[in-house]
Design a protein around this ligand. Structure first.
Ligand code: GLA
Length: 736
């Protein structure tokens, strides 16, 4: 769908750019240059972003927020004066991509050491290129031939802009990059802001945090080699009072699955700025003459309809522009995964038995998890040996896969490609392939070491091993896991000056394997998993179709995890399984409750179906069939959070289809206290004048008419008859 809106204008602007003519274009153009202000205007449906060249020749941010309708209202960019001798103009001016040099005391976008020892970088505007919805601004250092091209891509329908930078060394000596950021976003100055972000840990992902922004810095980051469950690469900043539908919110998200950082900084002049890109911790990237480095994609947007507006903008971006199927979106299949049922005890007969039961209740994809390869009987051995375990599968995987296919399901397989157990043939053959500093300890976690994926021979081994499995077996889906973080990240085979490139090259090679596998095996889908939700970001989502949200599948905990997850990531990619109780925290919720929680994302079943009673299977069949009738709305529609699980004993979420024809409300009572009456639930996003037909799954709606107007549903609201502990329901509203 790229450039779908303005093909002819793109062509015109490209011609203008090629001819080197700068013209004042119509203010409605997505990207246009205004010679009066010496500024570029990036326009989305509801927002404007302006960057200009100031009197010193520096690129300066001039505006980011709700749409401006007239270019000429804005004065040309002008630097701010210094504040006494202590805060320089470089610090008081909103430099669009500040190099560390001059008197810059705020977070730089780029910090370098030149071959002659100079550590001073002052970037000035050089040239521009406009190509459709993309703007490129080139700047150069005042003395050295070091150039940075800033690339902006505008997503008009989503109200989002993407930034990244390319740093090019045209000098004849090595330039060492010590911090390379994608860019910085500036909010309107002198406001009291509040930061919202998500933090967590294994099995406790996506816990929302909110705190006031004050002078100083808050650093959100990963130093662990992948995205991490500890902090998530997105932010939302509001003025304090925003809720799900009201309030101005500026937000951003990074697309990078390695060490990332976002520095939320309030300067002494009360300017809030959010720098983001590669983490500069343990960072050193030497650029040889002629080489360049691309920084991660850094997306950001503005919403004046609260956090709900933020989420729905990001969902549209993910679905329309980022996910591998964005050009031809399709709904996610209902999946069964064997992990919680069998753990490592997989074999042909056992998997077939589960597959048969899964197919009966309506599952569309059967996934065999860990345990099928090498000497993998527990987590002590086998990782790295991607060959079928012949004790468990004497005839290979063929008979199982054929059986699964005959049952009408496609087949998926678990891999943990980046890892090796010391007890494996791979490690015995190539101990040097594990990340290490020679002569120093190699810390194990879950009995495994991290392969140095930055090495091209390791990358090729992993690609070939996976490619072979996919070529020999009808595998349509890979669950790609990563169950520990980096430690001792040594790369002794590389020149010492280049060894820290491991942080970047590792991730690029992982991306490359995913891309090559997809290319070679059209139709292959991938789930990104890292011990649950440890690798969720807009970079991995370009090449994976869904993510495993959390190893914590306990339904009440999941309500909170899923709420945090869906602040930034679409329910379509949020895998949610129904599993057996009691869960790992000891809680037992009813099967219906577990289903309805999981049905708010991409539904999967992870229970041991052999233990289910006929009644359980009947209920599951009904719930899966109901899910199929609403999943397009859930996965591709808009989400309205009506009652938050963080704020009381009742949760309600509403999903509205893109075409407005269907809405579905999921409602959950966690635990009733004092026989509190149930609150009225006011739907949102409906057509006030339309009539909606009501379909309940279990008559738990107080309202008894067959139809209601949108105005009644939104203004009067409805009530649910939920009582006791873990009661739940779902209601569909079909527009007539
Ligand atoms: C991780 C995943 C689980 C499962 C196990 C297998 O913990 O998150 O879902 O695949 O690995 O070892």
């Amino acid at each position: 769908m790229k450039n779908k809106l303005f093909p002819t204008r793109s062509f015109f602007l490209l011609t203008v750019a090629i001819l080197g003519i700068c013209s004042a274009a119509n203010a409605a153009d997505v990207v246009h240059y205004s010679p009066i202000q010496k500024a570029w205007f990036l326009e989305t449906g509801h927002t404007t972003y302006v960057v200009g060249v100031n009197e010193n020749g520096e690129l300066q941010n001039m505006y980011w927020g709700k749409k401006l309708t007239r270019d000429e209202d804005l004065a040309p960019a002008h630097s701010n004066p210094e504040w006494a001798s202590f805060d320089s103009s470089a610090t008081t001016t909103n430099l669009e991509y500040p190099g560390w040099g001059d008197r810059l005391y705020t977070e730089p976008s780029l910090k370098v050491t030149l071959a002659d020892g100079v550590r001073d970088l002052v970037l000035k505007y050089d040239s521009q290129q406009i190509e459709g919805n993309t703007l490129r601004l080139k700047c150069k250092d005042i003395k050295y031939d070091l150039a940075v091209t800033l690339t902006y891509r505008v997503y008009p329908d989503e109200d989002i802009i993407r930034k990244s930078s390319t740093i090019e060394n045209h000098t004849n000596q090595v330039v060492t990059l010590e911090s390379a950021q994608s860019g910085v976003w500036y909010l309107p100055r002198n406001e009291q802001y509040r930061l919202t972000y998500a933090a967590g840990r294994w099995a406790g992902e996506d816990q929302l945090q909110q705190e006031p922004i004050r002078q100083g810095k808050v650093v959100l980051e990963s130093r662990r080699g992948n995205t991490s469950h500890q902090l998530y690469p997105w932010f939302a900043i509001d003025k304090g009072g925003s809720d799900q539908q009201h309030g101005q919110v500026w937000f951003g998200a990074l697309g990078w699955s390695g060490n990332w950082e976002m520095v939320v900084e309030e300067t002494p002049m009360h300017q809030v700025r959010v720098t983001g890109g590669y983490n500069d911790f343990d960072f050193s990237y030497p650029l040889k003459p002629g080489e360049h480095l691309d920084t991660p994609d850094y997306y950001a947007g503005y919403s004046d309809s609260g956090f709900g507006g933020v989420s729905n903008s990001l969902y549209r971006l993910e679905l329309n522009e980022i996910l591998p199927d964005h050009e031809h979106p399709h709904v996610r299949p209902v999946l069964y995964n064997s992990w919680e049922a069998t753990e490592f005890n997989v074999d042909e007969a056992g998997q077939k038995m589960l597959a048969e039961k899964a197919a009966k209740i309506g599952v569309e994809r059967f996934v065999m998890d860990d345990g099928w390869f090498g000497a993998r009987n527990n987590d002590h051995a086998g990782l790295g040996d991607w060959v079928v375990n012949r004790q468990k599968f004497p005839n290979g995987l063929g008979p199982l896969i054929q059986y699964v296919n005959q049952l009408g399901m496609d087949f998926g397989l678990w891999f943990e490609p980046e890892m090796v157990n010391p007890d494996s043939d791979l490690y015995r053959k190539h101990p040097d392939w594990a990340m290490n500093f020679p002569g120093r300890p190699r810390s194990e976690a879950r009995n495994q070491l991290v392969l140095n994926m930055a090495r091209d021979d390791v990358r090729d081994y992993v690609f070939n091993a996976m490619d072979k499995m996919l070529s020999e077996n009808n595998v349509k889906f890979i669950k790609w896991d990563m169950n520990r973080h980096f430690s001792e990240p040594g790369w002794p085979e590389a020149p010492v000056a280049e060894q820290k490139e491991i942080w970047i090259k590792y991730v690029r090679n992982v991306y490359e394997i995913m891309d090559r596998l997809r290319q070679k095996h059209p139709g292959l889908e991938i789930e990104s998993c890292s011990g649950g939700g440890g690798r969720v970001d807009l970079g991995v989502l370009e090449r994976t179709d869904e993510v495993w949200t959390s190893d914590n599948t306990e339904a009440l905990d999941r309500l909170k995890i899923q709420e945090g997850f869906t602040y930034a990531y679409s329910p379509k990619v949020m895998m949610a399984w129904v599993t057996d109780v009691p869960n790992f925290n000891g809680r037992s919720t009813p099967l219906k409750f577990r289903f309805l929680v999981a049905m708010q994302g991409s539904l999967g079943i992870g229970a041991n179906l052999n233990k289910w009673s006929p009644e359980d299977s009947d209920l599951a069949t009904k719930m899966i069939s109901y899910y199929k009738s609403v999943r397009e709305t859930v996965q591709m529609g808009s989400l309205y959070r009506l009652f938050s699980p963080r704020e009381g004993e009742f949760t309600a979420n509403e999903y509205v289809a893109r075409d407005g024809k269907q809405a579905v409300v999921f409602a959950f009572l966690h635990s009733q206290q004092f026989r509190n009456p149930m609150p009225a639930v006011h739907l949102r996003g409906l057509d006030a004048n339309a009539i909606y037909r009501v379909k309940t799954i279990d008559n738990k709606l107080v309202e008894t008419h067959e139809t209601y107007s949108g105005s009644y549903l939104m203004n009067h609201g409805v009530e649910f008859k939920l009582t006791g502990d873990y009661d739940s329901t779902a209601v569909t509203f079909e527009r007539q």
